[in-house]
Design a protein around this ligand. Structure first.
Ligand code: BTN
Length: 282
């Protein structure tokens, strides 16, 4: 199952991680590498080959880390770069909620491991003191011709009928020197958590993500929505919305029962918006 272009697996790291992760669903199989192009590509390949739900690909560096909207994800040494394979037994239209499930889990893991208090910038960013410390990328692959980076949006009838494998990628700047990161980024170490390691954060993440994924699978998005509200930092802030030909302005107010951002428009009307429609302003 090894992709030669991505170098050798680090079996020693896999054994240590497996012992620490224990019986959690996420991390039940671990593929650890010193360096890969992108953990997303490896995870998709493993999913196609039948890797089990919860399998995790982790790397110390990425040559071509990718973020949302086709952006590059800077991946020097010191960051946690991982992708989780999931096979959700929920309607495909619910799958974008996994970004929020992962964001909540990552925020809790960071707090548990470092005592720092991150916030979530809906839908995918983890922030510390307003600087980006991590991000989530969710990709579904329902067939060879449909690998899609997904936001909270409507799914076509065809998409709703197919059961995809989903890869959730999580990047967290742990001990990374902020000088090596894009402007506006920070790392856990730079925010007064100097002793934390990528392994500590990963173990905490596997535990919290397993727990919240279980809740989401059994009970849906409701409990996630309740827990998320305490972490989301954009409520009360102005947003720009482009929905089709409409250009609107309003104030972010809440997340709805499907994970969409609820915006109170300047007209007074409350409306839900999908991720592609909204630009958060600072
Ligand atoms: C974003 O904020 O745009 C999402 C960033 C996601 C980065 C992670 S790092 C691990 C995984 N592999 C990638 O190439 N991307 C994701």
């Amino acid at each position: 199952m090894m992709n030669p272009s991505n170098g050798r697996r680090d079996h020693a790291a896999e054994t240590i991680l497996a012992t620490r992760v224990g019986a959690s669903l996420i991390g039940r199989a671990i593929y650890a590498y010193p360096c890969v192009d992108s953990t997303m590509d490896l995870a998709h390949a493993l999913a196609q080959e039948g890797a089990s739900e919860g399998a995790l690909v982790v790397a110390q560096r990425q040559g071509r880390g990718r973020g949302r909207l086709g952006r590059a994800w800077s991946s020097p040494e010191g960051g946690l770069y991982c992708s989780v394979i999931l096979r959700p037994r929920r309607p495909a239209g619910d799958i974008p909620q996994l970004s929020l499930v992962a964001g909540l889990s990552a925020a809790e893991a960071i707090r548990n491991v470092t005592c720092l208090s991150p916030s979530i910038r809906w839908p995918n960013d983890l922030l510390l003191r307003g600087h980006k410390v991590g991000g989530i990328l969710t990709e579904a692959k329902v067939s060879d011709t449909f690998p899609a980076s997904i936001g909270v949006r409507h799914f076509s009838k065809r998409e709703r009928c197919l059961t995809p494998s989903v890869v959730v990628g999580i990047g967290i700047n742990v001990t990374t020197d902020p000088a090596e990161l894009p402007d506006g980024s920070t790392s856990l170490a730079a925010e007064h958590a100097p002793h934390v390691t990528c392994e500590d954060v990963l173990v905490g993440l596997c535990r919290r993500f397993s727990a919240w994924y279980d809740v989401w699978t059994m009970r849906g998005f409701g409990p996630i929505r309740e827990a998320l509200r305490a972490w989301i930092d954009c409520f009360g802030h102005p947003v720009h919305i482009t929905a089709g030909s409409e250009r609107l302005e309003g104030t972010a107010s809440d997340v709805d029962e499907r994970g969409r951002l609820l915006v109170r428009l300047d007209s007074g009307l409350m409306r839900p918006f999908d991720v592609g429609d909204v630009t958060l302003l600072r």
